[in-house]
Design a binder for this molecule. Sequence first.
Ligand SMILES: [Zn+2]
Length: 420
Amino acid sequence: MDGIPKDILVNCKKCSSPLILDLDLSLMKPPVDEKFCEENPDIIIIPTTQPNEPLEYQEVSSHDNVDYGTIMGDASDLSRKIRVAEEIFNYISGKSTSDHPMCQDCANTVIQNQEKLLNQTKSEIESLEIYLSTLEIKPITQDNSDEYSKLEEEEQSLLAELKNLQLENDQLDREIAVENAILESKNIEYDKIVMNYNTKKQILWDLEDDIRSLNQRKKYLSFLAERLKRTNLLNVLFPIWHEDHFATINGFRVGKLPETPVEWPEINAGLGQCVLLLQNILRKMEMTLENYKLVPCGNSSYIESLKDKKKYSLFKTSGYRILADKFDYALIAYLDCLNQVIVRIENHDTNFKFPYRIFDKHKIDEPGGPGYSIKLSGNSDENWTKAMKFMLINLKWITTWMVKASFKQYCDSIREQSLS
Ligand SMILES: [Zn+2]
């Protein structure tokens, strides 16, 4: 081998397996810095992966497992050989993407990959050439010129159309603005109408409430009116009752007893109430008295004779005995008036009978009774008081009868008579 080492400390850059350099590499002239090698004979230079990077220096130790034998015989020669190999590998590495040195298997793999890449690139070039041929500018012919001018015309036409469309768009925008303004005003108007409608509806509800309230009030008033119709106003205004042995009208006792003297003003007032009550009864019954006319005047009421126009006072003042006959005549006249009403009622309503009958012009009593005179003169106080009591009871019966339905029938018949 002529002193050339078989083993040099290099590994494959891909798989890191140790490499044996070809002997031909030692024949090549090293372009490395020989001066450095000569100055540092004990240093072995190991190539780096990047050829342009500074060299990495590694001191070879005598304890390394490599049997350097003859290799270590001449360190400067070995270093030079390694530097040659390094320069070659750097050169190769700078020309390709793969780092060197590499073993035969790795080199084969790299070559196969590169061939595949080459074929792929070739295929791409072919495709691009085909595409480029399609993009080649056709020479301008007459047809092309016509088509161009046609396209230009079309472009102008489209531009004009675009302009028209823009004008139309502007016009539509203005119209939309106007319509929006109208819509806004309509909305305001609609809101007003809705508000007005709600107000009217509220008023309607209030009126309906009022109507309901008025209907309820009407019902209540009808009820009151009906009750009033059934109420005997005469009974209310002229209550006839009794107090001990006396009959009273509006609280005035009509009668006198020795043990219970009653003042004449009270008796006169009671008789005045009797006259007023009887006059009201006559008016309600639309009845006219024969022979007499009642003149109510409080406690100085009197009865007027229609025949001779004489006035008979139905009141008495104590001490004037001369007037006693006139008073008796007034009482008889009143009893006559009362009897006219009783007869009218009994004739109309035959089922209705008064508790006390009047007979002999001045007497009153139960049927079959002897009769109590209403004359004051020549009469006992007890009998006179009893006669007054019977008279007032008959008067009360008249007012009671007037509440009954028969009184309504009576009024209807009176009305029919007046119409016919
Ligand atoms: Zn390898």
